[in-house]
Design a protein around this ligand. Structure first.
Ligand code: SAM
Length: 328
């Protein structure tokens, strides 16, 4: 694994927490990102590419590749031995996971705005919901590293698309949970409950007061579930609600410090999840931003073959922007 030089960004920290399993609320368990139409698009792309004798084997770079969703699809169509793959991501944890899953892949911890590879050094650049996080300059970098006869295929978040709306709802839900202060209140409630055994009036009154506030916060979770469904925020609200109920019911089986640590970890998860959702919303491209990207291709040696929105057959909202460009 190649190591980064120097970059520290809040949103990337959130991705890093996600890939390292700390901020593990399921960003990808929601409908949009895992939609079959997305996989089908890439399968078709790689199949079409592989049909040309010139593309029988390829040097590929997957930009902002995460833990390798796209590489998996490419490998299924091509066979891993036909591909020399580099996967680039700003998150060291993503690259660590990726190289564990796909030991044959060269993992590169780097910023897509400054790809540490030479000009014209690859046959194909791909990115799925990644390059747009780095901004428009990363497109210039993608064009720079592809050889003149090569190809570029990008799938990017789309403002007001399915994933955008999911992310916005998730963010609303998470913000409500944070505003309810359920986690600090749960800490106070369970601490007061532990102190109950001393049996004084003061302890009972304190417990009563904490229980009332905790119940109000639980009501916020219930309200979120009834308004947005139990799958809201990747199922996080539902899971938290059930876990809190289980801890409460079986409280005697737990040591207070373990419960408090567990709640602190969830606080970290929540903040990281919020950061990732906000990053997804910020990365989503409006029409003029997408046009800026396609203009870059029009001013390059590449010919745009696809520059459009990808729709699922059953939805009127787009899933993503897609771009495909071929060299001469
Ligand atoms: C939504 S995830 C997509 C991951 C993967 N492409 C997939 O489809 O599963 C976005 C990825 O972009 C990475 N990322 C964000 N900003 C980046 C940058 N400036 N350079 C490289 N990677 C970046 C994050 O670390 C994260 O892994």
């Amino acid at each position: 694994m190649t190591q980064p030089t120097d970059f520290a960004r809040e949103d990337t920290d959130d991705w890093d927490k996600y890939w390292s399993g700390v901020g593990g609320i399921g960003a990808f368990t929601d409908g949009g990102v895992s939609h079959p139409a997305i996989t089908a698009y890439w399968q078709h792309y790689f199949r079409t590419l592989s049909a040309s004798p010139a593309n029988e084997s390829l040097k590929i770079i997957d930009i902002a590749g995460g833990n390798g969703a796209l590489i998996e699809t490419a490998g299924q169509i091509y066979g891993d031995e036909q591909l020399a793959i580099t996967s680039l991501d700003l998150s060291p944890a993503a690259i660590q996971q990726l190289t564990k899953r796909f030991p044959h892949v060269n993992g590169l911890v780097a910023d897509a705005n400054a790809i540490p590879l030479q000009d014209n050094s690859t046959d194909l650049v791909v990115s799925q919901f990644g390059i747009e996080y780095a901004g428009a300059d990363a497109i210039d970098e993608a064009i720079r590293v592809v050889n003149p006869g090569g190809n570029i295929a990008l799938m990017m978040h789309c403002e007001n698309g399915v994933i955008f709306h999911e992310s916005r709802i998730n963010l609303t839900v998470i913000q409500r949970i944070l505003n309810s202060h359920i986690l600090p209140l749960a800490k106070c409630f369970f601490t007061a409950r532990t102190e109950l055994h001393r049996g004084s009036d003061k302890q009972r009154q304190s417990f009563q007061a904490q229980a009332e506030q905790f119940c109000v916060a639980l009501g916020v979770l219930e309200h979120c579930m009834s308004e947005f469904g139990t799958g809201a925020a990747g199922g996080f609200v539902h899971k938290l609600y059930n876990d809190l109920a289980n801890v409460h019911e079986s409280f005697g089986q737990y040591v207070l410090s373990e419960v408090l640590d567990w709640l602190s970890n969830i606080e970290v998860e929540l903040e990281a999840y919020k950061g990732r959702m906000q990053a997804m919303l910020d990365a989503a491209l409006a029409v003029d931003e997408f046009n800026e990207i396609t203009e870059k291709f029009r001013h390059s040696e590449f010919t745009l073959t696809v520059a459009d929105k990808l729709y699922s057959p059953d939805n009127s909202q787009p899933l993503a922007w897609v771009v495909a460009a071929d060299g001469q």
